[in-house]
Design a protein around this ligand. Structure first.
Ligand code: IVH
Length: 700
């Protein structure tokens, strides 16, 4: 939907929402179809874009006007009216279901003293001197309830108001880490209600937003919103694509077969976690710890907080639970929370700042992204002074103005986001953000393609785009030309020593060596890195070309399905669509890319300069990691379990902690305490994920 249509529908919404009952009656008699349009528009924002512009209550109010009018005038009902959708309107989209046991909240604690006070109360009630606790992460996602009966998953639902939630079984069934059946009967269990948390891990979240941004679509604010939004999507296929995962951490109700006695596994919380794990669930059995005494709990929590960023998913604290179930039963619960559990919340990663000004960046696809300069502020340990505000729709939806007080959030290593502006503290001096009409780099008029949220500069010789394309080409995930970082590309480009991508392979090193700060060693390193890059596998070259919608994964599948770059360039859209995971959008984009004569010239030139453009099958040699030990830390691009499996397949061993027995520590993004420890042990080789991949392909 284009911008004008969106604004028009938003105006119409305001008109309907502010109308008096008499006016509503007149409006409905003269133009009920307008209200249907308004409702469809908001359904789209809610279900498809996951970014509602009005509240549920406002939607309901408008929906009821239409429902009432149609009930009184049945001859006026249209077949595509929002009231005729199976299952009804916004709130009744998913059937409501009652939880077997209410889904309670947790009491919160923020410091040692809160925990000590809680421990004191528990010791008093149980009349004991020391309690056994189980401590586990507090997952920051969307809570769910699952019911298994006779070993089969029969229902999955959202928390809702705690008593009743939405039946989202079809969506839940798309989450691969939730088993559709589990042998609970082995433990004498006939029916069990489980509680857990659905998450989108940090890598999937970032990849998802990257794709959305490339496509000019709305971004998700944080992994938590991403999981909650996805769970309520109408199309289960879409849920599958978003790769959610779920941790299951509590059994709220257990009904045993009448003939059996309670299994010993069910007597402690840690035993239940172990049982769930053994039945194929993702339970926090490895992430949890059983400890006696609150002092030990406090120590463990502060160690865990340091490692928070090492986890592949978001947590916002820890949950401490009395481990013995009979003790939990004595303690019982209030109407709000169980007395046997408490959440310890980590320091907030939100801060308030002020929006000072807006500048614009031109990306390699010509997308012009507004960036807000803000008053520098500390959020979760880093200083944030600028923040992307994505596009014009985002600015309008968040109602951002220059001078506004804004709330910032940084979740884990995820890029900071503006949560909201604070219009209630405006002074009147705030200024609207006037969007650019011309490219800040080349001055060409900006274009906003139909159905997209992003303004683009379509001048392919725009210097800003050319620089960004070169930066992408040399980057780590693309041709990986070491020592040729962003700063060097910009410097060489500004000095006229580098004009385009082929220019990388034609650099005049005599001129470069005369530049300040560039010594002989740097030159030699650069020369050899450029040489090495000529032999990069085809999928890296395809990715490096920066074809829209072609990410690393698609580049890999494409590379495997062609004989070389020329062959790829010759494929029709229909042929491209035969490749796995290539849909019409990607096929169209690849086809259009190679229809452009400049791009064909680029390929020819690269070939003449000695860049390998054919597909080569990797040779497989012997396994020889035997005797070598590995440990992975931080966020990796590949799945940690895949990496560990590779090591095992090649005869190596995985260790659990850093010690002098460790040969290689493979560090991903935001590695924490393990990296610090390894730095102190000289015999440990600290390597990046890329170096690890090189090592194993060498050893393969
Ligand atoms: S136990 C009856 N354990 O935090 C107790 N909750 O703020 C059930 N949460 O509603 C909850 N991680 O959605 C429990 N390891 C964990 C958790 C956890 C996240 C969520 C849960 C709860 C919310 C309370």
């Amino acid at each position: 939907m284009n911008n004008k249509a969106t604004i028009e529908l938003q105006h119409k919404t305001e008109k309907w929402l502010s109308a008096t009952p008499k006016q509503i009656e007149n409006l409905l008699n003269s133009n009920a179809e307008e209200l249907r349009d308004v409702l469809r528009f908001h359904e789209g924002n809610y279900y498809i874009k996951n970014s509602p512009l009005i509240s549920d209550a406002e939607y309901d109010r408008l929906y009821k006007y239409l429902e009432k009018y149609e009930a009184e005038n049945p001859d006026k009902i249209t077949f595509d009216s929002p009231t005729q959708r199976v299952g009804g309107g916004l709130n009744s989209e998913f059937p409501k279901v009652s939880h077997l046991v209410p889904m309670l909240s947790l009491q919160n604690s923020y410091n040692e003293q809160d925990l000590k006070d809680w421990d004191h109360r528990i010791k008093e009630t149980l009349n004991q001197t020391e309690i056994e606790y189980c401590i586990e992460p507090k997952f920051d996602g969307a809570s769910i309830s699952l019911i298994y009966e006779n070993d089969r998953l029969i229902r999955g639902s959202t928390r809702g108001d705690g008593e009743t939630g939405d039946d989202i079984t079809n969506n839940i069934r798309r989450i691969k880490s939730i088993p559709l059946s589990g042998k609970f009967s082995q433990y004498g269990i006939e029916q069990i209600e489980l509680r857990g948390e659905v998450l989108m891990n940090k890598i999937n979240f970032e990849n998802f937003n990257k794709q959305q941004s490339e496509a000019g679509l709305a971004l998700l604010a944080n992994p938590r919103n991403a999981s909650a939004g996805t769970l309520r999507m109408k199309d289960p296929e879409e849920v599958s694509k978003r790769k959610l995962e779920a941790f299951v951490y509590h059994a709220s109700y257990i009904n045993l077969f009448s003939s059996v006695k309670e299994a010993s596994e069910l007597k402690t919380h840690s035993g239940i976690l172990q049982m769930l794990n053994d039945l194929g669930f993702k339970s926090p059995v490895h992430e949890s710890k059983v400890l006696r005494g609150i002092e030990n709990v406090i120590k463990h929590i502060s160690n865990f907080e340091i490692q928070r960023d090492d986890l592949p998913y978001e947590i916002d604290g820890m949950v401490i639970k009395v481990n013995k179930i009979d003790e939990q039963e004595i303690l019982g619960m209030t109407s709000h929370h169980p007395r046997w559990a408490i959440a310890y919340k980590f320091k907030a990663r939100q801060a308030t700042s002020k929006l000072l000004s807006v500048s614009y960046q031109v990306g390699r696809t010509g997308a012009v992204t507004p960036v807000a300069k803000i008053e520098p502020v500390q959020v979760g340990g880093v200083t944030v002074s600028s923040i992307s505000i994505h596009n014009e729709d985002y600015i309008r939806e968040k109602d951002l103005r220059i001078g506004d007080s804004i709330l910032i959030e940084r979740s884990g290593d995820v890029i900071p986001q503006i949560v909201k502006s604070n219009p209630e503290v405006r002074t009147g001096a705030e200024k609207p953000i006037i969007y650019l009409t011309n490219c800040p780099a080349c001055g060409d008029k900006l274009i906003k393609p139909e159905g997209e949220a992003v303004w683009r500069c379509v001048n392919i010789s725009c210097p800003a785009q050319v620089v960004e394309k070169i930066i992408h080409f040399v980057s780590k995930d693309a041709m990986d030309i070491k020592n040729f970082g962003e700063a060097n590309v910009r410097k060489f480009f500004e000095l006229g020593l580098l004009k385009d991508i082929p220019g990388i392979y034609k650099l005049d090193f005599t001129s470069i060596s005369s530049l300040e700060g560039i010594g002989e060693k740097t030159i030699n390193n650069l020369k050899s890195a450029i040489e090495v890059s000529k032999k990069q596998p085809l999928h890296r070259l395809i990715y490096a070309l920066g074809i829209r919608y072609v990410g690393e994964t698609t580049a890999k599948t494409l590379a495997r399905s062609v004989t070389g770059l020329k062959n790829l360039a010759e494929k029709s859209q229909e042929e491209l669509m035969l490749v796995d995971d290539v849909g019409i959008k990607i096929a169209e984009s690849i086809y259009t890319f190679f229809q452009n004569r400049d791009n064909i010239e680029l390929i020819k030139e690269l070939e003449q300069l000695g860049v390998e453009t054919e597909y080569k099958v990797q040779e497989v040699k012997n396994r020889n990691l035997s005797g070598k030990t590995f440990l992975f830390t931080g966020t990796l691009n590949m799945k940690r379990s895949d990496a560990e499996e590779m090591v095992g397949n090649l005869g190596g061993t995985i260790l659990n902690s850093v010690s002098s027995k460790l040969n290689y520590l493979v560090v991903g993004e935001s590695a924490g305490s393990k990296l610090e420890k390894a730095k102190k042990i000289p015999s440990v080789n600290i390597i990046t994920e890329d170096e690890f991949l090189k090592l194993i392909s060498f050893n393969n």
